[in-house]
Each structure stands twice: as C-alpha cells, then as structure tokens.
Design a protein around this ligand. Structure first.
Ligand code: CP
Length: 319
C-alpha cells in the first residue's frame, strides 16, 4: 500500500473504522488517482477482472455516478441494481437479493439504504467488500473522505488538518454527512464546531456547539453548510425556512464577512435560498464543485484500497 500504511479491512462501513492512518492512506492514494484523472485518457487497468455492483435504495446523483465512474476508470466491470425493476417488488428479501447478486461473482457492493446499519447487515451476508454509500441518518464515509481530501488539497497540505477551525452548520440531527465529515476532520486534527438550532442537534454530540453563527463566522478556516433534510423530518423543527436562513444561512451579509481564504463547502444537493442564499460562484473560497470532482478520485482510491493489490503505479496503476 502507499506510504507504508497497514493493509485495509475488507469493507468500508464508517470513517471511524478507518481511523487516522486509514484516512491518510486513502487520501494519499487519492493523490495518485487525481493524477490519473488529469490524463487525456483517464483510465488504468488496476481493477481489471473485478466487478463492482451499485445497490441504491435511496436517490443519489453524486455518489452513484462517481462510484460508477471511479470503477470504470480503474477498468472494473460494473453492475447497477435497479430497485424499482428488481424482484424485491415480488417480495424477495434483501438477504436473498444480496445472495443472488453475490452468486454472480461480485467483488464489491456499493450500497445506499434508508435504514441505519443496513451495510453492516449486508457485510455479514457476503464475502464481497461492502462500501457504505450512505445509511439513514448514520454514516456516509466516502463523503467524509472526499471532504477531508478537498480541504487538504485546497489548502495545499499533504498530511492532516491540524489546527484548522471548521464550522459545520445546519441540520446536524438528520445528517449522515455531518457525522462522517466531522469524524474525518477531527481524526485529522481539525477543531470542529457544530452550529445549529437546538432542535436540529442530536441529543449527544462530541463536538462543541453554538447557535451563534455570527459570533464565529469571521474566525473559521472552513464553513461547511449542510442541506436541510426536509425528507427526513416528520415535524416542524424550525419556525420557518425564512427564519432559519436569517439565523443559520449563508446570506450576502455573512458572505461579505468571510475571510477571502475561508473555504465554503456543501455536500449537495443545495437548497438554494435556504442554507446558501448567495451565488456560490461569487464566493472566492467556494469549493463545492471541487468536492464533486474529488469524489471520483477518492472513490477510485477506496475501490483500489479494498480490491487492488501491489503499489499504485504512475503509468498504469497496476500495483
Ligand atoms: N452528497 C451526496 O451524497 O449526494 P447524492 O445524494 O447526490 O449522492
């Protein structure tokens, strides 16, 4: 493996499971993959003969397409399981579905599910690698990794994120991104503060919290805005979206107070006018597009970490 780190586990279920060493191993591998992606023909034979199956029980644009692209750039074969056209609709269970796909010879499942813990369950049922592409409110490890990678590369760093002050703002309670991204930032040494109304915080958090975005906005290195997860709320947790934006949104007034080098991030999709009420294209530190681009390199790194062998080469990445 790169940089002399230990071998990875069979599956990637959470950022915690990777630990600091594992995160650094993936970020270093992502540097190699980003170099591949800058080539005129961004394709290497590293995972030739491997098969990666995407199983998405929830909607996705970025994660699904970037995993598919990542697998293809590493020359893996891809299978896409379409829930709406599957025998799940005839009553087949998730376990039988996984057994059936496994019997076709799959090396990795990339799974997104509305139920927290579903990827752990699948990991018990198959000998293939399982990659958690988002489970309920719980975990979204590749988002945490691509966010850490985006901060690291945007600031020209090569190691961790020691000393950085990062605010994660918004609907923490329903956000698997907040959990995984905060964990990745903190394992790399950053100081993370959660900014949210009390109603949008889980009962227990490890990070310091505040409701006073205006009190901290001028001192942060990274402002990470979260999406309001309306589809996961079954009660009114804020008086109105207008009031939410006035207290917790990135408004033109707040954007004007940001230091020019402050990175502005968002996992997407953005509720325009709610959590971000300015044109991100006019913010000098906005790296939202880079997050999406980096998602491919980071997911290539994850796939290679789990399924590849040898060292990543610079020519053909046949380790
Ligand atoms: N950030 C994220 O997970 O986006 P998608 O839901 O589009 O995959």
């Amino acid at each position: 493996m790169s940089a002399g780190h230990d071998r990875p586990a069979r599956s990637l279920l959470s950022v915690d499971g990777l630990g600091t060493e594992g995160i650094l191993r993936i970020l270093d591998l992502a540097d190699h993959m980003a170099e591949v992606n800058r080539r005129p023909n961004p394709k290497v034979p590293a995972l030739r003969g491997k098969t990666v199956c995407s199983v998405f029980f929830e909607d996705s644009t970025r994660t699904r397409l970037s995993f598919e692209t990542a697998a293809k750039r590493l020359s893996a074969d891809t299978m896409t399981f379409s829930v709406s056209q599957s025998s799940l609709n005839k009553g087949e269970s998730l376990r039988d579905t996984i057994d059936t796909i496994s019997a076709m010879g799959v090396d990795a499942f990339v799974i997104r599910h509305a139920s927290s813990g579903a990827p752990w369950q699948v990991d018990h049922w198959t000998t293939a690698s399982v990659i958690n592409a988002g489970d309920g409110w719980h975990s979204h490890p590749t988002q945490g990794l691509l966010d850490a990678y985006t901060v690291r590369t945007s600031l020209g760093r090569t190691g961790g994120l020691e000393g950085l002050r990062i605010a994660i703002v918004g609907d923490i309670k329903h956000s698997r991104v907040a959990r995984s991204t905060s964990m990745a930032f903190r394992l790399l040494g950053a100081d993370v503060t959660l900014v949210a109304p009390r109603t949008l915080l889980p009962p227990v958090v490890e990070e310091p919290t505040t409701e006073d975005l205006d009190g901290i906005i001028e001192g942060v290195d990274v402002l990470y805005m979260l999406r309001m997860q309306n589809e996961r709320m079954n009660e009114a947790l804020v008086p109105s979206l207008r009031e939410y934006t006035s207290r917790f949104g990135l408004t033109p007034d707040r954007a004007a107070r940001l230091a020019p080098q402050t990175l502005v991030m968002h996992p997407g999709p953005v509720n325009r006018g709610v959590e971000i009420a300015v044109d991100p294209g006019e913010l000098p530190g906005a790296v939202i597009t880079q997050q999406v681009t980096n998602g491919i390199a980071v997911r290539m790194a994850v796939l290679f970490d789990l399924l590849g062998s040898g060292e990543p080469g610079t020519e053909g990445t046949s380790r």
